[in-house]
Design a protein around this ligand. Structure first.
Ligand code: TMP
Ligand code: ASP
Length: 270
């Protein structure tokens, strides 16, 4: 082994990411894999380039949230697949925000997918692979001690703020934020216990539909075997402006048919 490259110890390996010990105390390195799973691991696959795209997209979003004074675990980007984050104690809840009916809500309650919801809905799932991340109520959360009541209020407030901000951010690039899942972590900073946005925000954890065509630009393309998964993630990254220069050029080069006269890079895809 190279002396400058000590083997990093794995803190936790999940389905789509690996968490390593960071270079300084209180930090972790979050590594994004290309692996994809759905339906509690029953469906598995590989989406080439997904890790790189999700790393860039999530980094971009966390930075924007930070600018809005929404605290996150993000510290800085390390490389194409990795970011340095604050080590947090993950609260074992998936907080789901819904603006438009889709997915499990549509299934559970028989509401047509695509129907705008009269008001934003928040749901909580208890993070447990063994139980299949069951939906739970606020009373369950408090009673079973997964979060303190003040933490729950803090998470709800932050989740709504993230929704307001991201809905606008995505609408600005022609994408409807249908729903998304976020996770929170506890962190002690200056002797104070804080709640920060953790994990990732990416097309793996959001439903993103093209505002004009309603075309799906998220992990549902994988869950529902629709194909074009990597292309959809790439398009989200491109619209957010987070694709590397060379990637942009390659994408626009691909759009030029061989033999046709050179033209300006198109801003439209397909
Ligand atoms: P759902 O409709 O399947 O409950 O999903 C709601 C949102 O949460 C959707 O944007 C996808 C995201 N999600 C995750 O990030 N992880 C999960 O394990 C599940 C089930 C959903
Ligand atoms: N990621 C989850 C799983 O592996 C579910 C999903 O995103 O659909 O089961």
């Amino acid at each position: 082994m190279h002396m400058n490259m000590p083997r990093r110890s794995i803190i936790y390996e999940g389905k789509a990411k690996v968490m390593f010990e960071g270079p300084e105390p209180g930090t972790h390195i979050m590594h994004f894999k290309d692996d994809a799973t759905a339906f509690n691991n029953q469906k598995r696959g590989l989406i080439t380039g997904k890790g790189v795209l999700n790393n860039r997209i999530s980094e971009y979003i966390m930075n924007r949230l930070g600018e809005m004074s929404i605290p996150t675990h993000f510290i800085r980007s390390i490389n194409m697949r990795e970011q340095l984050v604050k080590a947090v104690d993950i609260i074992p809840l998936e907080v789901i925000i819904r603006n438009v009916a889709a997915g499990s809500l549509s299934k559970r309650l028989g509401i047509d997918e695509g129907k705008p919801l009269p008001r934003t809905i928040i749901e909580f799932c208890y993070k447990s692979d063994a139980l299949g991340d069951p939906i739970v109520s606020e009373d369950h959360i408090i009673s079973f001690g997964w979060a303190h009541i003040f933490e729950l209020e803090e998470m709800k407030g932050l989740a709504y703020r993230v929704n307001d901000y991201l809905s606008g951010l995505f609408m600005g690039v022609g994408i409807r934020l249908v729903d998304f899942k976020i996770e929170f972590g506890r962190l002690v900073e200056n002797d104070e216990l804080r709640i920060v946005v953790a994990d990732e925000i990416s097309p793996d954890s959001c439903r993103l539909w093209d505002a004009k065509t309603n075309e799906k630009m998220d992990k549902d393309r994988f869950r529902r075997d629709m194909g074009g998964v990597e292309e959809a993630y790439r398009e989200v990254a491109r619209r957010l402006g987070v694709l590397e220069e060379s990637e942009q050029q390659r994408a626009s080069l691909r759009a030029v048919t061989p033999g046709s006269p050179p033209r300006k890079p198109s801003t439209k895809k397909k």
